[in-house]
Design a protein around this ligand. Sequence first.
Ligand SMILES: NC(=O)c1ccc[n+]([C@@H]2O[C@H](COP(=O)([O-])OP(=O)(O)OC[C@H]3O[C@@H](n4cnc5c(N)ncnc54)[C@H](OP(=O)(O)O)[C@@H]3O)[C@@H](O)[C@H]2O)c1
Length: 350
Amino acid sequence: MNSSDLTIAIVGATGAVGRIALDLLAERNHPAEKIVAMASARSVGKKLPYRGVDLTVVEATPDAFAGVDVAFISASSEVSKRLAPEAVSRGTLVIDDGSAFRMEENVPLVVPEVNGADVEWHEGIISIPNCTTTPLVMALDALRSISPITAVTVSTYQSVTGTGAAAEVELLTQSRAVLDSEDVAIEQYPHQIAFNVLPQVDDFLTNGYTKEEDKMLNESRKILHEPALRLASTCVRVPVRVSHSESVSVEFQDAVSPEEARDALRDAEGVTLVDEPQNSVYPMPTEAEGADEVFVGRIREDIAHDTGLSLWLSCDNLRKGAALNALQILDEVLRRECLKPSPKTAVTQA
Ligand SMILES: NC(=O)c1ccc[n+]([C@@H]2O[C@H](COP(=O)([O-])OP(=O)(O)OC[C@H]3O[C@@H](n4cnc5c(N)ncnc54)[C@H](OP(=O)(O)O)[C@@H]3O)[C@@H](O)[C@H]2O)c1
């Protein structure tokens, strides 16, 4: 079956990810009459422009999934937990952007360039990873083809749209308030985000790491099928509108030269090498915004470790970090002809 033959629902169509999902479907010429824009009761009747027509938002209720072949859910964990089983029971394949099901044993967690074959054992729900995990595993997957990875240390620089549309508004509003020497209103984060950086993304766990940092570890292990992968991260929110960046140090079993790493990353699907530091050419969020690839550069020896390399990456969190990855999962499902669940033993799962 072709993607354009399907009736597709976007749950959360009014949100940051949902809007990009609509843009991507439009880029692919998906017919408007086969798109159902869903959101909360607050948005019912709202018009969303799509390929020259207006889609009218309907409330995401269980019965709204009747006749829907595929639903992309980009709302919240609570919404996914409530609606995904209802959609599945009506014969809909759910591709879920949130964290509700990512670590469930019967739910594939997929970045098609890395573990596309995992879509084959879905039972009605497929999850996409966190927007920091996706670009990281794409780079790690390319690098581990040279030598097994023994440890990874990451610091992230995460944009506010990773939190959602309301956080983008808050960054812009706070920035104006600071420039006008007015009081700053704080709602989305524990502190002001304008002209600041916050070494906290999500809540803290008892081990001193945040839930976001915990997700990077567990999701990377599951996608890469490396249950013992050693990975520590510090997730940081920065006053950037779109695109997450990451400073990554990788330790290998055997020494890997920067040139070998560049060759592997240059060949990796979905990765673009941007690595001319002498000319101040390297990945940046402003360049990654609106693009589909993971941009990698600043590749160099990690002089603190004998067999280590350091690199820097940037990736649009709303596209490859969310909506694009979800659409590519559907492409993978169609290519492998497994739209309907055919549960198998999850032999490939970590
Ligand atoms: N932002 C990212 O970079 C990113 C990356 C990967 C994954 N994700 C995941 O994607 C999901 C959406 O994130 P976002 O950034 O797009 O958030 P957002 O901008 O806050 O949008 C949330 C969407 O959810 C809808 N919604 C809220 N309550 C609902 C309900 N009861 N029923 C149906 N729809 C409801 C909202 O509709 P109304 O307008 O009607 O309130 C809105 O369309 C989250 O699970 C997030 O973890 C986000």
